[in-house]
Design a protein around this ligand. Structure first.
Ligand code: TRP
Ligand code: MN
Length: 467
């Protein structure tokens, strides 16, 4: 039985302000050599246009409220870290395309709307296990992502440079601009289903399975068109709401992009639609929780095996004090060996206390290991964590609401296994990630197909018994 009591709430005596996080300890911040320059750049960022609009952020929150009730499913995915070098129209298109393919597989497979959220247009900063890295007796600050420093191992490259925050703002704006053009301009039209299958996957078993599904759907769409439902009468067939998200790590940047909504009051972090707090920065008395509790965006919180049920309830109270549906997504990342013991007590505590959350599974971050100098993940471990996630929620009568993947539309060789049977010896062929290993296009499609099978097993539908 939990000894959690609501009295601790009195700890939150102080009012939230856009900079109230500054009086608390912030983990994982770079050691900026010139704080004056940082201040100037953030002031400039604060004067620039927001990247997203509060109305869109509210729409995502409504969608996630649907997810929390089991009426929709959350698909969140993208790079571990975006990079300044790999920045062009093709990679943006390919990242969108694989998410659209997965979304279509899922929508068709589970007959529910799929809420599409990219780890994109702002995912530049990374928490690190050590603040320094040593190579051949030389110690330098760790690489913290392209919005902070450069991955090259030299003193100059590793010095945190606030100009990079501004550069990541402009790259995010430009990425978002192209995403908006694609998702509104015809690229995401359901009639284009076949064209999203890239050449290098088209002949693989997963590509063929996708093509067969696309043919089926094409028939259905032509039938609908014959009865008068097509993109011209029903724009929803051609247009997709694609939301953006990243880890809210560098609080100066997030504060600079936070704006008071002119229509409804309230603060929105307009750097992305959804922000999440990492496993390493989710201290209830820390700066990250303090900052995020005051903004109105939907918030994610990563949780690993260290979290206790009491601590989790405290987090729910801090981040979602009004228990608003869609506000808080708990993104669990336990590993395939620990989820069976770690998740059920947490699910029960949240359930017992009546907390509204979206449960989402990150099957990537608990399952990282190294083969030689390559960080990798095994498709079977990822799959196993996902399967257990679904089974546990099905057994507890709660909703497996979503998934959180690190993936790419490219033909990379970063995760081993899958039906393509990617071998350890092949990792060197196309290992391109700037941080963690990602599922490639074929592995991502396969994961989406397997996921629909897991979700197809009977799911509780919370709203259904209300009438
Ligand atoms: N707009 C709908 C949706 O987002 C249907 C749709 C259009 C769609 N293009 C899509 C769904 C691409 C998945 C992928 O669900
Ligand atoms: Mn990662």
């Amino acid at each position: 039985m939990s000894d959690w009591k609501p009295e601790w709430k009195s700890e939150w005596k102080s009012e939230w302000a856009i900079d109230s996080w500054k009086s608390l300890e912030a983990q994982q911040q770079p050691d900026w050599p010139d704080r004056h320059q940082l201040g100037e750049i953030c002031q400039r960022l604060a004067s620039y246009p927001p990247l997203v609009f509060a109305g869109e952020v509210r729409a995502l929150k409504r969608n996630l409220a649907q997810v929390s009730q089991g009426h929709a499913f959350l698909l969140q995915g993208g790079d571990c870290a975006e990079s300044f070098n790999d920045f062009n129209a093709n990679t943006i298109r390919d990242k969108l395309r694989i998410m659209l393919q997965m979304a279509v597989i899922l929508t068709f497979g589970i007959s529910k709307p799929v809420i599409k959220v990219g780890r994109i247009a702002g995912q530049f900063a990374k928490p690190r296990s050590s603040p320094v890295e040593e190579q051949e007796g030389c110690e330098l600050p760790s690489f913290r992502g392209d919005s902070i420093n450069d991955s090259e191992f030299s003193a100059e490259a590793r010095r945190p440079d606030p100009n990079r925050l501004e550069r990541s703002y402009f790259q995010s704006a430009s990425t978002l601009n192209l995403l908006r053009a694609f998702t509104g301009g015809g690229f995401a039209d359901l009639n284009q289903l076949h064209t999203w299958n890239q050449d290098f996957v088209a002949n693989s078993p997963q590509g063929q399975r996708y093509a067969a599904m696309a043919t089926h759907l094409g028939d259905a769409l032509r039938f609908m068109s014959a009865v008068g439902i097509d993109s011209s009468t029903t724009p929803i067939l051609s247009h997709v709401d694609y939301f953006t998200s990243h880890e809210a790590l560098i609080l100066e940047y997030e504060q600079a992009l936070t704006r008071q909504d002119s229509m409804h009051g309230g603060y929105y972090d307009c750097s992305a639609h959804m922000l999440w707090i990492g496993e390493r920065t989710r201290q209830t008395d820390g700066a990250h929780v303090e900052f995020l509790r005051g903004i109105r965006n939907p918030i994610g919180c990563k949780i690993g095996p260290q979290v206790s049920p009491d601590e989790l309830l405290r987090l729910c109270d801090c981040l979602n004090p009004r228990n608003e549906p869609g506000r808080l997504t708990l993104i669990t990342r336990f590993s395939h060996t620990r989820i069976a013991s770690s998740l059920p007590p947490l699910v029960r505590a949240v359930q017992r206390e009546g907390r509204s959350v979206v449960w989402s599974c990150d099957p990537m971050h608990g399952n990282t290991f190294s083969i030689g100098s390559y960080k990798t993940r095994d498709f079977d471990h990822i799959l196993s964590e996902l399967q257990q996630f679904c089974a546990i929620h099905q057994a507890e009568g709660t909703i497996p609401g979503g998934v959180h993947f690190e993936l790419t539309g490219d033909n990379v060789t970063e995760c081993i296994g899958g039906s393509m049977d990617l071998r350890a010896e092949q990792l060197c062929e196309r290992y391109e990630t700037t941080c963690d290993p990602r599922l490639n296009a074929e592995q991502s499609l396969e994961m989406a197909f397997l996921l629909t099978e897991m979700l197809h097993k009977k799911q509780p539908d919370k709203g259904a018994d209300a009438s």
